[in-house]
Structures are given as structure tokens and as C-alpha cells.
Design a protein around this ligand. Structure first.
Ligand code: 13P
Length: 341
């Protein structure tokens, strides 16, 4: 298969009506934080058990089209010896891989950060592909303050994301580009909209400069919301209208799908906001999810590290996936939280 056909086939599997992506690619410090919240120590074995539990959730593929894994998970096996990426593939879920190497302070730009991991990326991708990965994710973050992100941070981060995306496509790996405008702070929704517009505008300019094929790229943005310390939270319809307004100004129609991150929203908020977007008039791209916490939180709480809680944890994950599947079609209602879909 040519690289182009390979990319197209992966896009078609990832972008399906009523389905979205599950982000299960927490880095070692992040999964330690999540496990800490349920009193479980983050050992290699606990991480293997938890991630096998996720991938063995019966019928996960009904609402999940792709799963983003951490490098460690790509090489792990379920109890019966099946490689975890193979387990995903058997469920009809495309395995993907987080390829960035985390962030550090951006020199010369106080308060801003930059993501690292480009060195040797092409070679790493070759290896990940042999292990079954067909798409990748790279996350850059943008802090909001009166002076952040600086124009330098906006340009440098856009350039990084575009370089990553171009390298992925050359290897036949679909890139998910994730520019996350952080919710931290007490800023207004208008300020978030202003920053998101600048960030996305610079990103798509850079993707164009680097000859990234938009038809074979997915965008994973944050929604436009007030900061989490802002005194007045926004209603889903306001988040939906502001987010879609900014996306329509900045994201070309050639991009097949926009898969939001949840970024600290509660599972219910993330589902309601996505649903509100899919209730607006039709858009040039699919509006879907690539949630981490908003899909996994209830499952983690149900699991608590106990093998006997496995079925309850899988049921909780399946339930959130199902509700987000409904939100993907604009068919979610709050009352479904307490009833069978
Ligand atoms: P959240 O949905 O928990 O923000 O995670 C998505 C993700 O992949 C962040 O990089």
C-alpha cells in the first residue's frame, strides 16, 4: 500500500459517525497522579493491569474508533500473552501512540512552554509502526495570562506541531495535532476565544508551510471556555457557539475531524459541551472526542486497583463511551446520565 493509501485507510477507520478516540496515553508522572487519586501505587504491573482492563472492555469498538497509548503500553501484554495493541485491533479500535517527550520552559518567553521530542522521531515512528501503531499524538500547551502566550510561544509551538505532523505523514502515520489552550486561571471565555484564534491561525499557517496534508490530519483542540477559576461557568450552548465560531475562522474544511480533549472538564460537562456543538448547524468537519479523563475517571474510581472490580470499571468506561457516542450525534440528554441509553 502506498503511504497515501495507508494514511487514508487510517483516517477512514478513525473518523466514523457515533465514535471517537480514547486517550489512554498518560505519561508515567500523570498516571501516577491518577492512580494516587484511587490509592493505587503506579507500578509497571498495575499499569499493565489497568490498561489491559481498558482494552478488554467488551464491545469497546462500538463507540471508540482509536486509542492513544503510551510507549510502555505498546510493548505490554494481556494476561493471555496477547500484545495490547493487538487487543485493540481485535476490538476494531485503531492503536495510536503519544510521541512527544513532554514540555519544558520556553527560553526567552517567561510563563510559556515548548514541547520536545523531534530528534530521532522518524526512527521511533518506524519502531512504533512495527508494534502496531497507525496514528500518533503530540501535545503542545499554551498558558493564558495577560502576557501569555507570547507571539514567540505561538510561533515556536506551531512550528513544532507542524514539523511533527510532516514527519508522521512521511512515515505513513496519521498525526493528531494537539494545541491545548489550558483552562488554568480566572480568564473570561472571550479571552480564551482570542487566544485560541491566534493559536489555531498560526498552527494552520505552519501546517501549510510544512506541506502537511490536512485530509490526513486530525486536530485535537481544547474547547473555548472560561478559566476554571472564573466565577461564572459557561453553559454548554455558549461553549459550543464560541468554540465553533473560532474553529470556523481558523480550520480549513479539508480537515476531516476535530477531536476535542477534555482538559479538566468533568465527564458530564465534556459530554454536554460536545453534544451542544453537534446540535448547531452542520459544520465542514466532524466534531468528536479524544478524551482522557472524561472517559476514564468513572472507570478508575470503580476499579480501585481490585481485580474483582474489573467488570464494574469496564461497564463505567463503556457507559461514558456510549454517552459520548450519543453526543457525537447531538442525541445526548442529561437525563441519560441516570438511565440506560
Ligand atoms: P484529557 O481529555 O484528560 O485532557 O486528556 C486528553 C489528552 O490526551 C491530553 O493530552
Amino acid at each position: 500500500m502506498s503511504t497515501r493509501d495507508e494514511l487514508q485507510a487510517t483516517i477512514e477507520q478513525l473518523v466514523q459517525k457515533g465514535k471517537g478516540i480514547l486517550a489512554a496515553d498518560e505519561s508515567s508522572p500523570t498516571i501516577a497522579k491518577r492512580f494516587d487519586s484511587i490509592g493505587v501505587e503506579s507500578t509497571l504491573e498495575h499499569r499493565r493491569q489497568y490498561r489491559s482492563l481498558i482494552l478488554e472492555t467488551p464491545n469497546l469498538g462500538n463507540f471508540i474508533s482509536g486509542i492513544i497509548l503510551f510507549e510502555e503500553t505498546l510493548g505490554q501484554q494481556a494476561d493471555d500473552g496477547t500484545a495490547l495493541p493487538e487487543l485493540a485491533a481485535r476490538q476494531g479500535v485503531v492503536p495510536g501512540i503519544k510521541v512527544d517527550k513532554g514540555k519544558l520552559a520556553l527560553p526567552g518567553s517567561p510563563g510559556d512552554e515548548i514541547t520536545q521530542g523531534l530528534d530521532g522521531l522518524a526512527e521511533r515512528l518506524e519502531g512504533y509502526k512495527k508494534q502496531g501503531a497507525r496514528f500518533a499524538k503530540w501535545r503542545n500547551v499554551y498558558h493564558i495570562s495577560p502576557s501569555n502566550p507570547s507571539p514567540l510561544a505561538v510561533e515556536a509551538n506551531a512550528e513544532m506541531l507542524a514539523r511533527y505532523a510532516a514527519i508522521c505523514q512521511a512515515q505513513g502515520i496519521v498525526p493528531i495535532v494537539e494545541p491545548e489552550v489550558l483552562m488554568d486561571g480566572d480568564h473570561t471565555i472571550e479571552r480564551c476565544a482570542e487566544v485560541s484564534e491566534v493559536v489555531l491561525h498560526a498552527l494552520f499557517h505552519a501546517l501549510h508551510r510544512h506541506r502537511v496534508v490536512l485530509e490526513h490530519t486530525l486536530l485535537k483542540p481544547s474547547m473555548v471556555t472560561p478559566g476554571k477559576d472564573h466565577p461564572v461557568p459557561a453553559e454548554p450552548v455558549q461553549v459550543a457557539e464560541e468554540t465553533v465560531r473560532i474553529l470556523r475562522r481558523t480550520v480549513p474544511a479539508a480537515l476531516p475531524s476535530i477531536n476535542f480533549l477534555s482538559g479538566g472538564q468533568s465527564p458530564e460537562e465534556a459530554t454536554a459541551n460536545l453534544n451542544a456543538m453537534n446540535c448547531l448547524s452542520s459544520q465542514p468537519w466532524e466534531l468528536s472526542f479524544s478524551y482522557g479523563r472524561a472517559l476514564q475517571q468513572p472507570a478508575l474510581k470503580a476499579w480501585k486497583g481490585e481485580p474483582k472490580n474489573r467488570p464494574a470499571a469496564q461497564a463505567a468506561l463503556y457507559r461514558r463511551a456510549e454517552l459520548n457516542g450519543a453526543a457525537r450525534l447531538g442525541r445526548y440528554q442529561k437525563a441519560m446520565e441516570d438511565s440506560e441509553v
